[in-house]
Design a protein around this ligand. Structure first.
Ligand code: SF4
Length: 387
């Protein structure tokens, strides 16, 4: 990941955990409950950890000290400028640049994580990155300075650092930016209400439709399904991604039940089915092929979903990278990978042929794509490696 590297371990240096524990604030009162014996319950993710005094929660970045919950503040684990199509959001300001920051740690421990160097930084000694100290004002300024329209918390699980994300997003809004979470969706009613005023776009990674699979990854399916429903009811723009892993979550039955669930919330929620390749500790399953994605997409369409996309295999999945009007089939956004090759929506986000309003958050005017591939932020003044 950009601006991150293997942590140089040295006996004289403080541990990563010690460094992170120095860069904290007290938790938002909405996200914590006092229990007996100085224990606390955290509501920042679906684990709802009861945390004894002196201990961290499952994520290892929120901890109870003297009966108070302390949470990450004032740093990032990495920065990168991404095309918004990479997040992926296909129905939100196509072509926009998404200034993206990651933090460290996660509430799950997926064996195939593609961002394991940061997400597992506090669990796996091989996976450590130096945090970079930065203020929320500098992050918003850099997003604007790099030409971004959206500021995104991504790469690790943003729910576990919700207070810091809200502080950054408040600055982002002042600077005229949209804001987004790229998340596993393991939320709670409390954290979603906390985020609601400040998050415009939310991507949920719906990894499976089987609670046993979720338990293998360190979670449960119930909070994730509840989060999907709540986000939709709250009016936050929602897109859903499922990484299709051969032999893990790709049975017809599981894909059918998963996509029927999404269609039951709304048939207009975009669903992205993306291709797996071996990573981190999961190297055994074969790579997902284009025919696997197209088969899953067929199931999703039969389930009633109107906007189905296949990702990670540019140019190999037929029409499944493009957006077509759900009513008349007119081609509206043409894509190849993250590249926008054609944009045909009206300025108010409607189909130019049949005038149907297309669900999403569209720009009033499509502007040329700044980048169709990720790049490092051009200016990084105002950041310092914490040690
Ligand atoms: S964010 Fe989740 S894992 Fe971390 S302490 Fe809170 S409830 Fe536990």
């Amino acid at each position: 990941m950009a601006l991150s590297r293997r942590y140089n371990r040295c006996r004289a240096m403080p541990t990563l955990q010690e460094v992170l524990n120095e860069n904290v604030r007290e938790a938002a009162p909405e996200l914590v409950e006092q229990l007996d014996r100085n224990r606390l319950r955290c509501y920042s993710c679906g684990h709802c950890c009861p945390i004894p005094e002196g201990q961290p929660g499952v994520c290892k970045v929120r901890y109870n000290k003297d009966g108070k919950l302390f949470v990450p503040w004032g740093y990032v684990g990495g920065l990168q400028c991404d095309p918004i199509e990479k997040k992926p959001f296909f129905h939100a300001v196509p072509g926009a640049l998404a200034f993206s920051f990651g933090m460290l740690g996660c509430d799950l421990h997926c064996s195939y994580c593609q961002n394991w160097v940061t997400s597992q930084a506090l669990r796996d000694p091989e996976a450590v990155s130096p945090p970079l100290g930065v203020s929320q004002q500098v992050l918003a300024q850099q997003a604007v300075g790099n030409g971004a329209k959206v500021l995104v918390s991504t790469y690790n699980e943003p729910l576990i650092t919700s207070e810091w994300a809200v502080a950054i997003f408040q600055e982002a809004r002042r600077a005229g930016l949209m804001t987004a979470f790229v998340s596993n969706g393991n939320g709670t009613p409390q954290v979603l209400e906390f985020l609601r005023p400040w998050v415009d776009l939310y991507k949920v990674d719906l990894k499976s439709f089987d609670d046993r699979h979720y338990r293998q990854l360190g979670g449960r399916i119930a909070p994730i399904l509840d989060t999907v429903k709540r986000l939709y009811e709250m009016g936050i723009w929602l897109e859903i991604v499922t990484l299709l892993i051969p032999g893990f979550n790709d049975s017809d039955d599981e894909i059918k039940r998963l996509t029927e669930f999404v269609a039951g919330v709304s048939p207009y929620i975009p669903w992205h089915v993306t291709a797996f390749h071996g990573d981190y500790k999961m190297m055994d399953p074969r790579d997902t092929g284009p025919e696997d994605l197209m088969h899953a997409a067929d199931i999703a369409k039969q389930a009633g979903l109107q906007y189905v996309y296949a990702g990670n295999l540019p140019g190999q999945v037929g029409d499944l990278e493009n957006t077509r009007c759900h009513r008349c089939g007119k081609l509206l956004v043409e894509r190849w990978g993250y590249r926008i090759r054609g944009y045909h929506l009206t300025n108010d986000g409607a189909c130019p042929d049949c005038q149907t309003q297309i669900p999403g958050r569209w720009s009033s005017k499509f502007e040329a794509q700044i980048a169709s591939l990720p790049f490092m932020p051009r200016r990084t003044s105002g950041l310092e490696i914490l040690s």
